[in-house]
Design a protein around this ligand. Structure first.
Ligand SMILES: C[C@H](O)[C@H](O)[C@@H](O)C(=O)CO
Ligand SMILES: [Mn+2]
Length: 427
């Protein structure tokens, strides 16, 4: 374990080094303190949820691995989230899916109500957390055809419209109870494995369904819809009804958020390039920070160039108050709590790295066509002592510095998870 005096001494040196290029590290730490990351609950149980135990994961997404000890009920999931959040500096949000109900009642997606999530609200209040929400339009008999809101079958469409309407009410409830806006993110898996004859009709049906879902006005102070497109999913390689262009334009014309999931584009696309293009016209974005490896594989977020490009863009272009940042990955080959901690700490650290730069000076150099200075300075910054600033941020937030958090996860794993293994085999 690093001594407090060691971390402080190193921070002082780093502060001096950054001051030499006009960067105020104390101000950066203040700004970083205000950043909220929405932690996706579904990393804790491999996107299973608690509504329909044993239901297979469908919708063209999949989780690989079978690491022992996954959460099997809301109490366990909240305990795991508590553990993860205790290792992540700052105050954050938790992102729930509709299948994460906490109730003894027999309830389905078209009958859920706010009260089925009251324990989550209670918990969020106790921990000073915000909540986000997602209707779940997959892993259900009504999505078996591969179509939900765009289905040609009216019974199927109506089921999902009802579910999405109810999800809005749950989001509104979260927003009212917690005093902060809840983002209600709609993603549907609809699409076709092979070439369709008609790409227009499913999109017309999706548009009509969304119009119907949103027909009741709800105060955006409490909740706002975000709509998430995708290039393709497994089994729907030829056509995705909710494509990027569809949702970008829907969000723009309906005063909503457009969700950009870093794993949902062609692997060579730079998603950070889309922020300024959209935000010149649109209200805001929901960002799903993920890591696609060759495709939408939902790997745990690491500190790679893609992540840095995303966070640097958010900082340099002053977009942090227009972009809601959430995580979206699911890996069961490693400890699930560690997965949250690694992804969240990396995202925060990458935002901090974006902030640790003489941005005004770099913008001035660019305006003056001094591309030599721009390149020289940005390259030098890559070896500045940002690690010492991060360690100090962790220390100030009373969370473990450096790799010490892993020891905490191991202790939790040894104390808590074996009991679950017994339970899981017993069922
Ligand atoms: C489980 C989520 O709804 C899902 O990850 C969604 O956000 C997505 O990205 C689907 O590929
Ligand atoms: Mn996503």
């Amino acid at each position: 374990m690093l001594k407090e005096s060691f971390v402080t001494k190193h921070y002082k040196l780093a502060k001096e080094r950054y001051a030499a290029v006009g960067v105020d590290t104390d101000k950066v730490l203040q700004d970083l303190q205000n950043i909220k990351i929405s932690l996706h609950c579904w990393q804790g149980d491999d996107v299973a949820g608690f509504m329909h135990p044993g239901q297979a994961l469908t919708g063209g997404i999949s989780v690989s691995g079978n690491y022992p000890g996954k959460a099997t009920n809301p109490t366990e999931l909240r305990a795991d989230l508590d553990e993860a959040l205790s290792l992540i500096p700052g105050k954050h949000k938790v992102n729930l899916h509709a299948i994460y109900t906490d109730t003894d009642e027999k309830v389905d997606l078209d009958t859920i109500e706010p009260r089925h999530f009251s324990s989550w609200v209670q918990w969020a209040k106790e921990h000073g957390l915000g909540l986000d929400f997602n209707p779940t339009l997959f892993s259900h008999p009504m999505s078996e055809s591969g179509f939900t809101l765009s289905s040609p079958d009216k019974t199927v469409r109506d089921f999902w419209i009802e579910h999405c309407k109810r999800s809005r009410k749950i989001s509104e409830y979260f927003g009212k109870e917690l005093g902060q806006q809840c983002v209600n993110n709609i993603w549907i898996p609809d699409g076709m494995k092979d070439n369709p004859i008609d790409k227009m009709a499913p999109r017309e049906r999706l548009k009509e369904a969304l119009d119907e879902i949103l027909s009741e006005k709800i105060d955006q102070k409490y909740t706002i819809e975000a709509v998430e497109g995708k290039l393709f999913g497994t089994g729907v390689e030829s056509y995705t009804v909710g494509s990027h262009e569809f949702y970008m334009l829907y969000a723009l014309t309906h005063d909503l958020l457009w969700t950009i999931d870093a794993g949902h584009f062609h692997p060579t696309e730079d998603v950070s390039d889309k922020f300024s293009a959209y935000l010149l016209f649109g209200k805001g974005l929901m960002l799903h920070v993920s890591r696609p490896v060759r495709w939408d594989s939902d790997h745990v977020v690491i500190m790679n160039d893609e992540l840095i490009r995303i966070t640097r863009t958010l900082v340099r272009e002053n977009l942090l108050d227009k972009v809601n940042i959430g995580l979206d990955f699911f890996d069961a080959t490693i400890n699930r709590i560690a997965a949250w901690v690694i992804g969240a700490r990396n995202t925060l650290k990458a935002i901090m790295i974006g902030m640790l730069a003489p941005i005004d000076e770099l913008k001035k150099a660019e305006l003056e066509f001094d591309f030599t200075k721009r390149l020289a300075l940005t390259e030098e910054l890559k070896s500045f002592p940002f690690g010492a600033v991060w360690d100090y941020f962790c220390l100030k937030n009373n969370v473990p510095v450096g790799e010490d958090w892993l020891e905490e996860v191991r202790k939790y794993e040894n104390r808590i998870l074996p009991e679950r293994q017994v339970d899981q085999t017993a069922h």
